[in-house]
Write a protein that binds this ligand. Structure first.
Ligand code: ZN
Length: 160
């Protein structure tokens, strides 16, 4: 995130608040960040996970994810993140959904994908990468981010 401005870009006065300018009414709109999360299925009841080596949720197991670069096609960002974090080449199958929350700057776009190549090898942003069975439920990695349970539910349906 860029630092908040200290002077109004419209009238030039020193800003008392990062929200905008009391002098001229300029509003500081902060752009959302678009993130992708990818549920890669092996077709045998397992999903691709990485063990995170950075905050947030350091050391936790989670699905490959990351931010979309400016000018990057969102589906391409999804495939890139999986490749960078796990060494696996995927084809994006379908959109699972879009998640956001009031006050949260990050908009999460989730996809389902399947393997088309590559080999499992954690990238620099992961301590490990592994195929993890979704059953039994009690051995499944716990949800680490706000929308994880809903994202998984959108993949598995109500029976999970
Ligand atoms: Zn102003």
């Amino acid at each position: 995130m860029p630092p908040p401005p200290t002077f109004c870009p419209q009238c030039g006065v020193s800003l008392e608040s990062a929200d905008g300018c009391r002098s001229c009414g300029w509003i500081n709109y902060v752009d959302p960040k678009v993130a992708v999360v990818i549920l890669v299925s092996d077709g045998q009841g397992r999903l691709l996970y990485i063990r995170r080596n950075h905050e947030p949720a350091m050391y936790q197991w989670s699905w490959p994810s990351g931010f979309v670069d400016a000018g990057e096609r969102v589906e391409d960002a999804a495939a890139r993140e999986v490749r960078e974090e796990t060494g696996i080449e995927v084809e994006i199958e379908r959109l699972l959904g879009v998640w956001s929350a009031t006050g949260d700057q990050v908009v999460v776009i989730a996809y389902r994908a399947h393997v088309v190549g590559g080999s499992l090898k954690p990238g620099p942003e992961a301590l490990a990468a592994a195929w993890i069975p979704l059953q039994p439920v009690e051995r499944r990695p716990p949800a680490v981010f706000a929308h994880d349970a809903e994202i998984l539910g959108s993949l598995l349906g109500p029976e999970r």
